[in-house]
Design a protein around this ligand. Structure first.
Ligand code: SDX
Length: 380
């Protein structure tokens, strides 16, 4: 095959594979819009559930629509005892993202009627996934400590309830408010790897639980959602701001990636990183500073003159871990929390894919052997 005229782009870099009205990114100006609303305004004024409604159904909810959505999500937070018992069989040493992927997929067993062309089924599946994913993350946290998961509290808001189920105590309102804004910031980001997985899986017309399980597995990778954990490990390895310059020099010399830096779309600082810094500083003011934040700022200061020239700046994962750390959240739960939020974006893309579906089946450039005959063992 003459490949010279084929638009071959590893990783589909820059290749549009769908049309979407959900999210717009301006990587040069550093702008991010959900259904036309700027992320900065949503982070300031919206709530995660309102933002999830906007992403999934395309418009900000009315008073009644939001009230009903919140009430339905609250009613569906609980897990079947079968799912909890299944999670109790998971090894406590397993990664919470694997526990989440397994338990999210298991919902397809309990809600097995696949009528994805029925709007009622679609609405119910959206409610169940938005409502149950946080409960699954919190449940595994308690189960792996040898404890029984605690039931959701109907009197608490979405974010307050998650932090309560995770920590077994009611959180300060500021902690819940900051956490809810983190969920807004992570909810959607056009065709990132996990959302692309969601769309590919959705295009086969399988059930939404398989779509979300597929996306969770993709998000877990260190080049994608898993980076937030690695950023904290990197900062702890650097240990003090004075070590930042030498760490950076060594990393660049050995062609190691600075975790939390770089982005396929942004060629300036990710606007979400800037907002997360503000949220982190709000927590530090109330609950005390974190030396790792000083390390992170120093590393950014040292890196920008070198990496900035290549369009490599902090992305959403660079400061998010410092917020979660201050909220007392264990490091290996940072990516599951990313998933709690990104379920809204995955479900928005699931609905959009179904609205104008064509199964994904790209092509390839074959580089293997030409046709050849099988040889008996004694002739090989
Ligand atoms: C997320 O896509 C999304 O929207 C994702 C996300 C979302 O909301 O869904 O924003 C969430 O996944 C954020 C990214 C989290 N990952 C990391 O922080 C891991 C570290 N970052 C890199 O692995 C990388 O920047 C990527 C994966 C994020 C982007 O990779 P690209 O666009 O494929 O770029 P590349 O790997 O081809 O690198 C191009 C050049 C290379 O240098 P050269 O070989 O050309 O000399 O830039 C360099 C790379 O070495 N480079 C880096 C770097 N990232 C790219 N050098 C040092 N440190 C880095 N972090």
């Amino acid at each position: 095959m003459n490949i010279s005229n084929i638009n071959f782009k590893p990783g589909l870099e820059g290749i549009p594979v769908t049309k979407s009205s959900i999210c717009e990114i301006d990587g040069v100006q550093g702008k991010l819009l959900y259904r036309g609303y700027d992320i900065e305004e949503l982070a300031q004024k919206s709530s995660f559930l309102e933002t999830a409604f906007l992403l999934i159904w395309g418009e900000l909810p009315t008073v009644n629509e939001l009230r009903n959505f919140e009430a339905e999500v609250q009613m569906h937070r609980r897990l079947s005892f079968r799912v909890r018992d299944m999670m109790k069989c998971f090894p406590s040493s397993g990664h919470p993202m694997d526990a989440l992927q397994s338990s999210a997929a298991s919902l397809g067993l309990f809600y097995s009627r696949r009528v994805i062309d029925d709007p009622k089924y679609v609405y119910k599946a959206v409610i169940r996934l938005i409502a149950k994913i946080p409960t699954m993350v919190a449940a595994f946290q308690l189960i792996r400590k040898g404890q029984d998961p605690i039931q959701p509290r109907d009197d608490l808001s979405y974010s307050s309830n998650f932090l309560y189920m995770l920590t077994e105590k009611e959180q300060d309102p500021l902690a819940a408010k900051v956490f809810d804004k983190c969920l807004i910031l992570h909810a959607e980001h056009s065709l990132n790897a996990s959302t692309f997985s969601a769309r590919v899986t959705a295009s086969t017309l399988t059930d939404p639980y398989a779509v979300v399980a597929s996306a969770v597995g993709t998000l877990a990778g260190p080049l994608h959602g898993g980076a937030n954990e690695d950023v904290i490990a990197m900062l702890e390895n650097i240990n003090t701001p004075d070590n930042a310059a030498s760490f950076l020099k060594e990393a660049l010399l050995t062609k190691r990636k600075i975790m939390g830096f770089g982005h396929r779309e942004y060629k300036v600082k990710d606007p979400r990183a800037t907002i997360l810094q503000t949220l982190a500083e709000e927590l530090f003011e109330r609950f005390g500073k974190d030396e790792m934040y000083e390390v992170a700022k120093k590393l950014e200061e040292e890196a920008i003159p070198i990496l900035g020239a290549k369009g490599i700046y902090p992305n959403v994962d660079y400061y998010s871990g410092l917020v979660y750390r201050k909220l007392g959240i264990p490091r290996d739960l940072f990516t599951p929390i990313f998933a709690i939020s990104r379920v809204a974006g995955w479900l928005a893309h699931w609905r959009e894919q179904l609205g104008a579906n064509r199964i994904f089946r790209p092509s390839q450039i074959y580089t293997g052997s030409a046709c050849r005959n099988w040889k008996p063992l004694d002739q090989r």
